[in-house]
Each structure stands twice: as structure tokens, then as C-alpha cells.
Design a protein around this ligand. Structure first.
Ligand code: ZN
Length: 247
């Protein structure tokens, strides 16, 4: 499996580039870590990002990295993109790779393969409470007058209901069907299920949603904040449209 996984749903469209980095880096403190905010060496993180971008045919300066704050701000990316606080990025420009940083939160990659519009969304439980994925889809539909039926969506590996223990405060923020009580005040929460429901509510077709059901907490090929705490790095889920070739 190496350092990357690639969604299947975008594969019929050669102009679409999408992948997610894995934990990798056996023996290194943070593995194949993409975050400069977890205590890893900055040179190592930049080398990891460079490696990821290059593997996918992009240069490091075209990798758009946001400062995620568990909010609902959705930001447009082009050559003028500046790092800022947001949890979703989108573009209709070729040659930009949009990054979503995760370790247990749900990464969502979205593409309209006919219009070459792409988006990447970060949805932890706080993002899900604010329906950031629904807000991103509503914005895309509005800005590009695109139809939800044309969208392809990948919901990446994240904390699974097998392991994702939350308190009544989190469980109570969602419909009770998304959590299962295990003991007094403790629940197992299905954040991925919430995200899929939010996609369907925006009229994305079920057959055009690919859900990677692997759990980042119990599958050690992934970075997991729940499992590793302060020793956890972050993975990037990325999506972009290749630059048109000039020949
Ligand atoms: Zn699990």
C-alpha cells in the first residue's frame, strides 16, 4: 500500500488527481506527517509535503494548505491563495492541489468531472454539527450552477463507530441513530454516517459516493489522534485537476 491510498471513484477521469497520505515512516516519531503544528521538525514536514505533491505531479507551491479550526468557512483557491483559517477549500482552476489535514476527522473530496470543479472538506464532529459539507455543496451549486447529480464524492478513512467514543454532549448534538450507548454517559459515534446523510440531503447520488469504511483508530496504517495523542502526525487528503498539457 506504500505511502498513499487513492480513491476509486475519480479513477475514470484522468484529469482528476486524488489521494490520501498514510501514517508510513516506521520508526520516525511522527511518520509521514503533514502537519507543522504537532511538534515534528518543519524541514521533515515540508519534505513530506514535497514528496506527496511530487508523487501526484504537483509542485509544493501549488499545494493549498489551510489552517483548520473546526469551523464552517469555505475558501476559494487560485494562485493568490494565502493560508488562513478555514475547513474547506474549492477551486475551478487547474494545477492546484487542495489539502485536508486529518487524524480521525472525516476528509471529504468532491469533484464535478465535467466542469473540473473540486473541493476538499474537513469534518470532525464540530464541523459535522455545523454541516460544513452541506454548506460547501450549497456554495458550489450556487457559484458554478452545477447539479449535485454530477458530483462524485469520496468520504475517507476516519474514526469508525467501532472505536469513536464520545460523551453525551457530542452524541446529543446529532440524531440518536448516529450513536450507540455503551455505558453511562458514553457512546460510540458514527461521524461518517452523519456526513453521508448530509451529502444525500444535498442531492448527491448514493451511487456517486464512495465511503472508505476503514477506521483510523484501530487500523494502525493511519494516523490517529485518539490512538497516539501527542505523538500523532496528520495525513493529507488531497484533490486537484491536472494542468492542461500545452501540446
Ligand atoms: Zn475502530
Amino acid at each position: 500500500m506504500g505511502l498513499l491510498i487513492k480513491p476509486n471513484i475519480f479513477k475514470p477521469y484522468p484529469q482528476l488527481v486524488a489521494a490520501m497520505s498514510l501514517r508510513g515512516g516506521k520508526g520516525e516519531a511522527f511518520g509521514f506527517n503533514m502537519s507543522t503544528a504537532v511538534g515534528d521538525r518543519e524541514e521533515q514536514v515540508l519534505a513530506n509535503r514535497q514528496h506527496l505533491a511530487a508523487r501526484l505531479g504537483f509542485s509544493l507551491d501549488r499545494l493549498a494548505v489551510q489552517h483548520q479550526v473546526h469551523g464552517d468557512r469555505v475558501v476559494y483557491v487560485d494562485e493568490n491563495y494565502q493560508l488562513g483559517d478555514s475547513d474547506a477549500l474549492y477551486t475551478n482552476k487547474t494545477g492546484h492541489l487542495l489539502a485536508v489535514s486529518v487524524a480521525d476527522c472525516v476528509p471529504i473530496l468532491i469533484a464535478d468531472p465535467d466542469r473540473n470543479v473540486v473541493a476538499g472538506v474537513h469534518s470532525g464532529w464540530r464541523g459535522s454539527v455545523q454541516n460544513i459539507v452541506g454548506k460547501t455543496l450549497a456554495l458550489l451549486k450556487d457559484v458554478y450552477t452545477l447539479s449535485a447529480e454530477n458530483l462524485l464524492v469520496w468520504v475517507g478513512p476516519s474514526a469508525g463507530q467501532c472505536c469513536y467514543e464520545v460523551g453525551a454532549d457530542v452524541a446529543g448534538a446529532f440524531d440518536s441513530k448516529h450513536s450507540r450507548g455503551i455505558s453511562d454517559g458514553k457512546y460510540l459515534f458514527d461521524n461518517r454516517g452523519v456526513v453521508v446523510e448530509q451529502l444525500l440531503a444535498e442531492d448527491v447520488l448514493p451511487e456517486r459516493i464512495e465511503v472508505d469504511l476503514r477506521c483510523t483508530i484501530c487500523d494502525t496504517r493511519f494516523q490517529s489522534y485518539r490512538r497516539e495523542r501527542e505523538r500523532s502526525g496528520r495525513m493529507f487528503a488531497v484533490i486537484g485537476v491536472k494542468e492542461e498539457s500545452l501540446d
